[in-house]
Ligand binder design. Structure first.
Ligand code: ADP
Ligand code: MG
Length: 344
C-alpha cells in the first residue's frame, strides 16, 4: 500500500538539496569562497584538515552578517542577493540560490561566526545535529566572517563512502581555490592544509601582478610562454592568456575559462576553444589557457545548473564565433603581444 503524501521535514529537504550542491569538500570550499567574494572580501584564509573531510574553515574580511540575520543566513532560500525575478535575469553575484549554507549545514557540523564593521563584537551560531539552530552567542573575531565545517557527511554514511582519500580530496579542493584565485587577483588567498601553508598569494593590482599569480599557481612555464590577448566585439570582450601551442600539455589540467567571473565548463565554449586550437596543436596535446569572457549579464543565464558550471547564452552562435575567431587569430598571427583587437 502506498504511503500518504506529506511535506518533508526541513532538515531532510536540506539534505536532499545537499545532494546537488555538496559532493565533496571541494564543493564546500567553492560555495564558501564565493560567499566571501560576494561579501567584498580582500583576504580569504582557508584552513583545511584531512583533505577537508575533517575540517574546512574559511575566514574572510568581508562585510559580515548582522547578528539578527545570522540565523537567516542558515535558512533555506534565504539570500541577500536576489529579491525579485528581475534580479534573476541579471545576477551580478556568484551566489543567488540561498541554498549553500543550509545544505552544507545539513550534512556536517557547521559554525558561523561573523561581525560587521559597525559591530563591536562578533556573534556565533552553530547548527545542531537535528538541524536546529542554537542561540547566537558572543565570539571573538575581527570584522568579517568565518565558516567552519567539520566532519562532512558524518550523518549520511552512504555519501561519506563516496569520499576518496585525503590526498585526492585535497587536490580537488586545491584546484577549486586555484580556479577562483586566478579570477580574483585583487584578493589575497592563503591556503593551509594540516597546518602547512600551500600558498599565500598577495593581492595583485595590475596585469603584471595578475601574471605573477598565474606563475605561482600554474608554474613559470605558463607565465613565460603565455600569449596575452584582449579582443572586443559588440557587447563581448575576451581577454586573458593562451600558452604557445609548442608548450601545450599532455593533460587538460590548465584550462580555465570564465564567463563574467564565473568558471564554467560549457560545451559551447569548449567547442569553440578546441576548434581554434585544432590547426595548431599536435594530436593528443592539450591547450593551456586562462580566459575571461565578459558580456552583459542579461545575455547569459547562469541559473541552469545548481553548481553553476553550465551557462546558457542568449546569442550562442555569436559567442561561439567570437571566441573561435579571437583565439584563432591570436594563435596564428605570430607571437607578438598586441593592443586590444577590435573584432566588431
Ligand atoms: P547565497 O550565496 O546563494 O545567497 P548562501 O546560503 O551561500 O546563499 O548564503 C546565504 C546568505 O548568507 C547570503 O546571501 C549572504 O547574505 C550571507 N552570507 C553567507 N556567507 C557570507 C560571508 N562570508 N560574508 C557575508 N555574508 C555572508
Ligand atoms: Mg552562496
Amino acid at each position: 500500500m502506498s504511503q500518504p503524501i506529506r511535506i518533508l521535514p526541513n532538515h531532510l529537504v536540506n539534505q536532499i538539496a545537499a545532494g546537488e550542491v555538496v559532493e565533496r569538500p571541494a564543493s564546500i570550499v567553492k560555495e564558501l569562497i564565493e560567499n566571501s567574494l560576494d561579501a567584498g572580501a580582500r583576504r580569504i584564509e582557508l584552513d583545511i584538515e584531512q583533505g577537508g573531510i575533517k575540517r574546512v574553515r574559511v575566514r574572510d574580511d568581508g562585510r559580515g552578517i548582522p547578528p539578527d540575520q545570522l540565523a537567516l543566513a542558515l535558512a533555506r532560500h534565504a539570500t541577500s542577493k536576489v529579491a525579485e525575478l528581475q534580479d534573476l535575469e541579471a545576477v551580478a553575484t556568484l551566489g543567488f540560490r540561498g541554498e549553500a549554507l543550509p545544505s552544507i549545514a545539513s550534512v556536517s557540523r557547521l559554525r558561523l561566526i561573523s561581525r560587521t564593521h559597525e559591530e563591536s563584537r562578533a556573534w556565533e551560531v552553530a547548527v545542531g545535529v537535528d538541524g536546529t539552530l542554537e542561540a547566537p552567542r558572543p565570539a571573538a573575531h575581527p570584522p568579517g566572517t568565518s565558516v567552519e565545517v567539520r566532519d562532512l557527511f558524518f550523518n549520511v554514511p552512504a555519501r561519506r563512502k563516496f569520499l576518496r582519500t585525503e590526498k585526492t580530496e585535497f587536490s580537488h579542493l586545491e584546484q577549486v581555490v586555484r580556479r577562483i584565485a586566478l579570477v580574483s587577483p585583487e584578493v589575497a588567498f592563503h591556503l593551509r592544509h594540516n597546518g602547512r601553508t600551500q600558498f599565500d598569494l598577495p593581492p595583485a593590482t595590475d596585469a603584471h601582478g595578475h601574471l605573477d599569480r598565474l606563475a605561482r599557481l600554474l608554474g613559470e612555464t605558463f607565465a613565460e610562454q603565455a600569449l596575452d590577448l584582449d579582443a572586443v566585439a559588440v557587447q563581448l570582450r575576451l581577454w586573458g592568456w593562451v600558452v604557445r601551442p609548442a608548450f601545450s600539455r599532455s593533460q587538460a589540467d590548465q584550462q580555465f575559462f570564465y564567463v563574467n567571473g564565473r568558471m564554467v565548463r560549457d560545451k559551447l565554449v569548449s567547442h569553440a576553444v578546441r576548434q581554434a586550437f585544432n590547426d595548431v596543436l599536435h594530436h593528443g596535446r592539450q591547450p593551456a589557457y586562462v580566459l575571461f569572457l565578459e558580456l552583459p549579464a542579461r545575455l547569459v543565464d547562469c541559473n541552469v545548473h545548481p553548481a553553476k558550471h553550465e551557462v546558457r547564452f542568449r546569442e550562442g552562435r555569436q559567442v561561439h564565433d567570437f571566441i573561435f575567431r579571437t583565439l584563432h587569430r591570436r594563435l596564428t598571427d605570430g607571437v607578438l603581444g598586441r593592443a586590444p583587437l577590435d573584432l566588431t
